[in-house]
Design a protein around this ligand. Structure first.
Ligand SMILES: O=C([O-])CC(=O)C(=O)O
Ligand SMILES: [Mg+2]
Length: 619
């Protein structure tokens, strides 16, 4: 549809100057105000907000979406007016990737590596995403857990260029107007936090912004969701973290958290403003909300908006996938296990409820399945007989048994075959607990899911050492390989990053309007099917991170199928080839030609504008 401008026409001759001026005038209100402009089609096809032929000169280097650095060809450099602004060398994207790798390797401190990558994203978006997508195992721990946790803790120090939106409680009543300030018109997914429970690090207030930013980088790197369709948001309602309130570097509102009615009205307004601005099917991902709000808000909104809570549902899905894959090692069906959770918060309840759904699919009644699940929180075993009873959010799993406050004794008494840690208490699975697990069961399942690494309930090495190497282990944050009895094991990372990017891609590709719980069970099955015998033989119940992109696309296709089967999709008619349809939506991180595009019709015909006549040379 678009042809490139012949080189001769782009030279500064008096023939082309007026036409360029005309083209510029016509593209000034590029696409929203005048839907007839062909420019709009350009945006729809490419997803780029800026038409390359509207941008001139040095702005091609300053806009991270357009910038290719030394990879601009001679023809492009001349056509775009950037010749001379770059060194003479022409580089391929591959050569640039090599430089990036060398540069990152030079830093010893992970926070510096993180900063390098942030700056790369601000400078050259395609290069950033290609680097990340093609080196997932190496760079995921930097842009994501665990380093992103450190970045959030130091956010006041490393905050440079803003990314995403900060919406504060003072903006209540005007949230829609703030959303209008975001320059991208075609947002499909918003990841947002109120910063109250950042990983296992607690209340980090506005410093939590690193999390939605990191999650959305994974949307693109792992599932190919286009960057311009992603919007990270921090809802700043204050912080109860006294250290931050006294931190001179703190960048958020310096006040205690607003709670209760005012908070609820704020979130209500936010949800509604998002769909007003971007459409009813905008995906709204809750991230790192504290226990008191996470489950409550999910239940409030799940049937009204296209929304999910990653810490509850994404984490549940990845954990259940791990449990499904572990069946192949332990030879125990899901419904033959006894589960003990350390922590009874949103992650534990999410995993427990989805595990119950999976056991029901194996033939148990809900009652029978729940009877196999125990939880232990700060006040001990969830017993209906304990003082204060069972907290509201964990009612499904309270048991009519003797209360017990000692975790080790509890493990000895209940004899779980699966021990699942979502407690954010680093080291809570003591050697005694692990030894007890090995006594209870031939192949105990040990999941230390709390993030970042410092909060994991035990290390991979400890789990092997204290269970005579018989455990099936997974952690939320990565651990180095384990040596046991002369063999090396590479344990898996049961992190929701295996799930949320794929679910999001499937949901966006079909414009699904609600996300039922069963989608997460489908995602879990798809992920579990990816685990090979080879993975299991090295102690891994998840596919290698190198495969996570393939997994995400498979999850997206299964989610898309389900969206049509259950009448949740809004893209009609249903695409004949769903896999192709999903793949067609995906981001291309390879450079494309930056030669200016022109329309193949004459603007003067369409808009009844007289072309400016060339100025005679002799004037
Ligand atoms: O971000 C991660 O690594 C997983 C997650 O959602 C959390 O721990 O809150
Ligand atoms: Mg989270």
């Amino acid at each position: 549809m678009f042809s490139t401008v012949p080189r001769s026409l782009l030279c500064c001759t008096n023939v082309i100057v007026p036409n360029r001026a005309l083209a510029f005038a016509l593209t000034k209100c590029p696409f929203l105000e005048n839907p007839n402009l062909q420019c709009r089609e350009y945006h729809e096809v490419t997803g780029n907000i800026v038409c390359p032929n509207v941008v001139r000169g040095i702005d091609h280097l300053r806009d991270p979406r357009l910038n290719k650095g030394l990879a601009f060809t001679l023809e492009e450099r001349q056509a775009l007016g950037i010749h001379g602004l770059l060194a003479a060398k022409f580089k391929s994207q591959e050569e640039q990737l090599d430089i990036c790798r060398i540069s990152i390797d030079r830093y010893e401190d992970n926070l510096n590596k993180y900063l390098y990558l942030v700056e790369l994203q601000d400078r050259n978006e395609k290069l950033f995403f290609r680097l990340l997508a093609e080196n997932v195992e190496k760079y995921l721990p930097i842009v994501y857990t665990p380093t992103v946790g450190l970045a959030c803790q130091r956010f006041g120090l490393i905050y440079r260029r803003p990314r995403g939106l900060f919406i504060t409680i003072n903006d209540k009543g005007h949230i829609f107007n703030i959303l209008k300030n975001w320059p991208e018109p075609d947002v499909r997914a918003i990841v947002f936090t109120d910063g109250e429970r950042i990983l296992g690090l607690g209340d980090l207030g506005a410093y939590g912004m690193g999390i939605p930013v990191g999650k959305l980088s994974l949307y693109t790197a792992l599932a190919g969701i286009k960057p311009h369709q992603c919007l990270p948001i921090t809802l700043d309602v204050g912080t109860d973290n006294q250290d931050l309130l006294e931190d001179p570097l703190y960048i958020g509102l310096r006040q205690k958290r607003v709670r209760g009615k005012e908070y609820d009205e704020f979130i209500d307004e936010f949800m509604e403003a998002c769909v007003q601005r971007y459409g009813q099917n905008t995906l709204l991902q809750f991230e790192d909300f504290a226990l008191g709000n996470a489950g409550r808000l999910l239940n409030k909104y799940r049937n009204k908006y296209c929304t999910f809570n990653d810490d509850i549902q994404g984490t549940a899905s990845v954990a259940v996938a791990g449990l499904m894959a572990a069946v192949r090692v332990t030879k125990r069906k899901l419904s033959e296990n006894i589960y003990l959770f350390l922590g009874a918060g949103s992650a534990s309840n999410g995993i427990a409820n989805l595990t119950v759904a999976a056991m029901v699919a194996e033939g148990l009644s809900v009652r029978q399945a729940r009877d196999r699940v125990y939880m232990f929180d700060v006040d001990g075993l969830l017993s209906t007989r304990r003082e204060g009873g069972v907290p509201e959010h964990a009612q499904n799993f309270g048991k009519d048994i003797e209360p017990e406050k000692d975790f080790e004794k509890c493990v000895a008494k209940i004899k779980p075959s699966c021990l699942i840690g979502c407690s954010t208490v680093g080291g809570a699975f003591t050697p005694n607990v692990l030894r007890q697990m090995a006594q209870n069961t031939e192949r105990p399942v040990i999941f230390a899911l709390s993030n970042p690494t410092s909060k994991a309930e035990c290390t991979a090495q400890d789990a092997y050492d204290h269970t005579e190497g018989r455990c099936v282990f997974a952690s939320g944050s990565p651990f180095p390989p384990v040596q046991y009895n002369g063999k090396e094991y590479h344990t898996g990372q049961g992190n929701n990053s295996y799930i949320f990017p794929g679910v999001a891609l499937g949901v966006i590709a079909t414009a699904t309007h609600h996300i039922p719980e069963t989608m997460f069970l489908t995602a879990a099955r798809t992920l579990a099917n990816y685990v090979s015998e080879e993975d299991l033989s090295i102690g891994r119940i998840y596919p290698s991170l190198a495969e996570v992109k393939e997994v995400s696309v498979s999850i997206a296709i299964e989610v898309a199928k389900m969206a049509y089967d259950e009448g949740l999709a809004s893209v009609y008619p249903e695409p004949k080839d769903l896999a192709k349809h999903v793949e067609n939506q995906m981001y291309n991180y390879f450079y494309e030609s930056a030669m200016p595009v022109v329309w193949d019709w004459k603007p003067e015909e369409k808009f009844n504008v007289k072309p400016i006549q060339p100025v005679p040379k002799n004037i």
